[in-house]
Design a protein around this ligand. Structure first.
Ligand SMILES: CC(C)(COP(=O)(O)OP(=O)(O)OC[C@H]1O[C@@H](n2cnc3c(N)ncnc32)[C@H](O)[C@@H]1OP(=O)(O)O)[C@@H](O)C(=O)NCCC(=O)NCCS
Length: 168
């Protein structure tokens, strides 16, 4: 079952978000140490700001999350950013991530013209997931992340949802 999360899901969201940041530091720009210091209200605010969708198991456990972040500056509000894609290890390989991504894209169609994301080139499952949904790579940043003295490149991918009304 996939649905948009509300502030009532903040505790479950905090738990799965911190699990992802702790277990897969190279998969996220955010750091576990920064977010684990935040209060519950901060996670409730992320759910509200970023339109976070959650996938629940039959016993109501939150097994996967993904959101759409829309930048606040008026000139950037035509594009959304896929945010926080994470599926717990035990729930992977069954298309859950693709289903979550589908919900985020469906939501994005109503509010933005394009979805962008950042992903590690080494993250084959995630790159495959995004390519299968129609995203394509438009840039690569060398040494985008530094994690304990190791540098990691980042791929920038985008999915155009509508034709631009006027090219500049
Ligand atoms: C990325 C992630 C969400 C994918 O979850 P998942 O449940 O495995 O995804 P799916 O089952 O929908 O599979 C996605 C695709 O990747 C493929 N895939 C899975 N594992 C793979 C691997 N190790 N190597 C290559 N492809 C892989 C699947 O076959 C599928 O492709 P297909 O539709 O052509 O068969 C999950 O691995 C995860 O949460 N990883 C840690 C956090 C993370 O990396 N988040 C993304 C940040 S950008």
């Amino acid at each position: 079952m996939i649905r948009r999360l509300s502030s009532a899901d903040a505790a479950a969201f905090r738990e799965i978000r911190l699990e992802g940041l702790r277990q897969f530091p190279a998969a996220f720009g955010a750091a576990y140490d920064d977010e684990s210091a935040q209060p519950l209200a901060w996670f409730a605010a992320r759910i509200a700001d970023h339109a976070v969708f959650g996938a629940f198991s039959v016993d109501a456990r939150l097994d996967g999350v993904a959101g759409l972040m829309i930048p606040s500056p008026a000139k950037m509000r035509h594009k959304g950013v896929l945010w926080g894609m994470y599926v717990r290890s035990g729930a992977r390989g069954s298309g859950l991530a693709a289903a979550l991504l589908g919900h985020v894209i469906e939501h994005a169609r109503g509010v933005v013209e394009e979805v962008k994301l950042e992903v590690s080139p080494d993250n084959r499952a995630a790159v495959r997931l995004y390519e299968a949904a129609g995203f394509s790579v438009y840039a690569r940043e060398p040494r985008a992340l530094k994690i304990e003295d190791a540098y990691h490149d980042t791929l920038f991918m985008s999915l155009r949802l509508t034709r631009p009304s006027r090219a500049v």
